[in-house]
Design a protein around this ligand. Sequence first.
Ligand code: NAP
Length: 264
Amino acid sequence: MIDQVVLITGASSGIGWAAALAFARAGYHVCGFARRAERLSGLEAEIDALPSPHGDFLAAVGDVRRADDAMAAVEQTLARFGRLDILVANAGVGHHGQVADAAWDDLQTVLQTNIDGVMHSLRAAVPAMRAGGGGHILIISSVVAGVHTPYTATYAASKAFVSSLAGSLRLELADDNIAVTDVLVGRTFTEFNQNRLGSRQSARGGLPTKTADDVAAALVSAAERQPRHIVLSLFDRLILAGGVLTPGLMARLAKRQYEPSQGD
Ligand SMILES: NC(=O)c1ccc[n+]([C@@H]2O[C@H](COP(=O)([O-])OP(=O)(O)OC[C@H]3O[C@@H](n4cnc5c(N)ncnc54)[C@H](OP(=O)(O)O)[C@@H]3O)[C@@H](O)[C@H]2O)c1
């Protein structure tokens, strides 16, 4: 058994759910944090049913937009497992639609979840990690942080914020023996598009898509290696390189990918 403890925000579906299972299977104790308590109960049942040995699971119900809820999740983790080694700041929500026309409530929810939520989570986790002599923060960003994408601008900008934050935090926390990894996730099959705010228009299909289990496996591997950043596929690397080397071309391709088609 690995005597380490991981707190995963947004564990009630998709990447967070798969990561909770993967970490528990690898022997880590897991605290899963999200708003939907019944989903977390289902996750607990799945983890209990894993072949032994596996890590234990604790559900922490709360909203990452509230600093007190993030703090409570860390306190519950410490009360149950006695330490916190790893934070996967994963909870997030998407948005589709033009910035100028979107409902402000929707844009604010994206910013408060994807930016405030990550900051509340890590600010709650760092004191516990310092007390334990070190730790590792994995921030779930997106490849859209590295390209200009129309119609998903607020979401992309929120991910650019947390990617930038990850790079700076890595420097700030190095003396505390806390590593920070910027996880630049590409398109992944999850409930993300159903849960997304704004218009129901989807990006066009046909692009390579990972499973949540692929991302979860990369997170467990990164917990051992503590890299500066993770990009999961060659395709995602090409997107990020294109954003730097040929930004005009990438912007045109992104516009075609995301713009509403006739009838939407
Ligand atoms: N799927 C993709 O293609 C893709 C690509 C790049 C990056 N990502 C990123 O990957 C992360 C996980 O997304 P996913 O694809 O797994 O989507 P998902 O299936 O919709 O999962 C989102 C998770 O975030 C939680 N969440 C949302 N708002 C929350 C809040 N205010 N407080 C606490 N938890 C909250 C949800 O739980 P509750 O609703 O129960 O609270 C859920 O567990 C996100 O940060 C997303 O931006 C996804």
